[in-house]
Design a protein around this ligand. Structure first.
Ligand SMILES: [Zn+2]
Length: 123
């Protein structure tokens, strides 16, 4: 998950989550317990869930039709790492140009004092 400031689309934390999909090589499904915990933390004043990230180990850093079918389309950000390590950002919306769901987002990276991994639980 990408956690941060929804108002500015700023991701401050990357929260690794288990992929609990039945077919994890071709789909992903965030561990619902981790998703619930992140929502609870956000409601308690923690960083917002602004999107998520995953990789396409054998493909391009662009959303697949499967990604489009799974996307909420509520403005959430999707970061995708392609097979060559290229990172691309996308926004899911009901009117996206790619698969009717995604539009590319320009992304910048900069050092930030709050940028740090969050310890995962349950491992
Ligand atoms: Zn994907």
């Amino acid at each position: 998950m990408l956690l941060g400031d929804a108002a500015t689309d700023t991701a401050l934390h990357l929260l690794p989550c288990a992929n609990v999909a039945a077919d994890p090589l071709h789909r992903f499904e965030i561990d619902p317990a981790m998703l619930l915990a992140a929502h609870k933390a956000a409601r308690a004043g923690g960083p917002a869930i602004i999107g998520h990230y995953h990789s396409h180990p054998t493909g391009e850093p662009a959303p697949s039709s499967v990604d489009a079918a799974m996307a909420q389309g509520t403005g959430e950000l999707w970061l995708i790492v392609g097979r060559d390590g290229t990172l691309a950002a996308w926004r899911a919306s009901p009117t996206g140009r790619l698969h009717g769901r995604f539009d590319p987002v320009e992304m910048t990276a900069s050092p930030h004092p709050d940028l740090a991994p969050i310890a995962t639980q349950g491992h």
